[in-house]
Design a protein. Structure first.
Lengths: 233, 213
């Protein structure tokens, strides 16, 4: 199955619409692409696919050096072979790659390349004329070190956001002014306090919908003209 | 037969257009709070149908929902004009519950009245946009008519090309100044009246028939 939920491992066929609104079983919204022939018993490995996309070309050098010490990636595939096939498309390593393909994440390209009957074979081979950095970025598996690094980067973001929020707190008068301005521009009824209202008559006149009732919490219930149209049809 | 039916239909369309008997105009009674809109609506409805439209009160925002009295037939000079009267809540830009506290009202009731009045203004503005064929604009002749609300509403009515009749109400009060209202809106005819006492209602009905018939 081409897609697999990284949380619960449920698989979906290619083009499945089920997964578009999250995994129906666990609600997960991260999926891993698993081409046909991918070893099923590998099971889902939640951390891996998450880290794979952010992996950049600039990381590839450190990545290839650390791959040897990474037990998880090596158990899943043979990085050396993948690199070889990527950098030397015309070499005789094709069949070797094909043998390893079922366990390789870069299987589709490899299998096409090694399929002599496929009309796309040559074109695919030509296109794999990419440098080592690109090849490893595309096909290699991230090392645990980089995973840590990536997760630290992600963790840092929330800490930065509160700092921004504090900065905006300092500018509170400006926000108040802005809110005031927006109120003037968009509000038809401003609730000054419970029982005190200011009305923008032009806005009330201009708006299509018909305000039915005000709520104490500042919300109001409106009837939309569009809804009338739909019900009439 | 089909030809005859078509002919009859077109004749009845022409006569309808002439007398507007089958298609009553919907006339909105607009104005600021406490101008006497409901008193006028009740006066018109009682004079021609025997019914009232709604309760009158000296407390502002007594009318908080638009009320309609349909098929009010007004006879003038041998002609009948049928209108639907829509009595609307007083239009204002500010509603404060504190103004009701002076009228022996509990705070909770005053707040609720305030909220309902606000909804009523929104409703009145909605009616003005969607559902009114003409406007009777009622002003309290004892108050200065140069207000933002009056200017804005008259402007909207003019921009809609709605026929509008301006009434200077409360002429029974000594401080009433009809001329001040006529000066404020010189582009419109101003009719003085006391809806409470029924003074000058004849002229009002004549003008209603003239403007909205």
């Amino acid at each position: 199955m081409p897609h697999q939920c990284t949380s619960c491992g449920r698989t979906f066929p290619d083009g499945s619409k089920e997964m578009l609104s999250g995994c129906p079983d666990c609600g997960g919204n991260k999926f891993q692409f698993r081409p046909k022939g991918f070893s099923e018993d590998d099971g889902p490995s939640p951390s891996e696919p998450e880290a794979q996309p952010p992996e950049s070309e600039t990381q590839s050098s450190s990545q290839s050096s650390s791959q040897g010490s990474s037990p998880q990636p090596t158990s899943r595939q043979s990085p050396d072979e993948v690199n070889d096939t990527a950098t030397a498309p015309d070499s005789d390593t094709g069949p070797t790659a094909a043998e390893d393909a079922p366990r390789s994440a870069s299987e589709p390209a490899d299998s096409k390349r090694t399929d002599p009957r496929s009309s796309k074979t040559e074109r695919v081979s030509e296109r794999t004329d990419e440098d080592a950095a690109q090849a490893s970025a595309r096909s290699d598996v991230v090392s645990p070190d980089e995973l840590d690094q990536a997760s630290r980067d992600v963790d840092e973001d929330p800490t930065r956001e509160p700092a921004d929020a504090e900065a905006s707190d300092a500018d509170r008068p400006d926000i108040g002014d802005l809110r005031e301005e927006l109120n003037e521009q968009f509000e038809s009824i401003r609730i000054v306090s419970p029982g005190k209202y200011e009305l923008n008559l032009m806005e009330l006149y201009d708006r299509q919908e018909y305000i039915i009732s005000l709520q104490e919490d500042g919300r109001y219930v409106i009837e939309m003209p569009d809804a009338w149209g739909i019900s009439e049809e | 037969m089909g030809l005859l039916t078509n002919l009859r239909d077109s004749i009845s369309r022409v006569t309808d257009g002439l007398f507007a008997a089958d298609d009553p105009k919907r006339i909105g009674i607009y104005g600021p709070p406490n101008a006497g809109k409901t008193t006028l609506a009740n006066r018109i409805a009682r004079d021609w149908t025997g019914d009232a439209v709604g309760p009158e009160s000296h407390i502002p925002h007594e009318t908080r929902r638009a009320r309609r009295k349909e098929n009010v037939e007004i006879e003038r000079n041998g002609r009948t004009v049928t209108i639907d009267i829509v009595d609307t809540p007083g239009v204002t830009t500010k509603v404060d519950y504190k103004e009701f506290l002076d009228h022996d009202m509990e705070k909770e009731d005053a707040v609720r009245r305030s909220r309902e009045a606000t909804e009523g203004v929104a409703e009145a503005m909605h009616w003005l946009r969607e559902d009114v064929d003409g406007v009777i604009y009622v002003l309290d002749a004892t108050n200065d008519p140069f207000t933002q609300v009056n200017t804005m509403l008259i402007g909207i009515i003019e921009s809609q090309d709605l026929p509008a009749l301006i009434l200077a109400n409360k002429t029974d009060l000594p401080e009433a100044d009809v001329q001040q209202i006529a000066n404020a809106f010189p582009q419109h005819e101003t009719i003085p009246l006391s809806a409470l006492e029924g003074d000058n209602m004849d002229e009002v009905y004549t003008k209603i028939a003239e403007y909205f018939g």
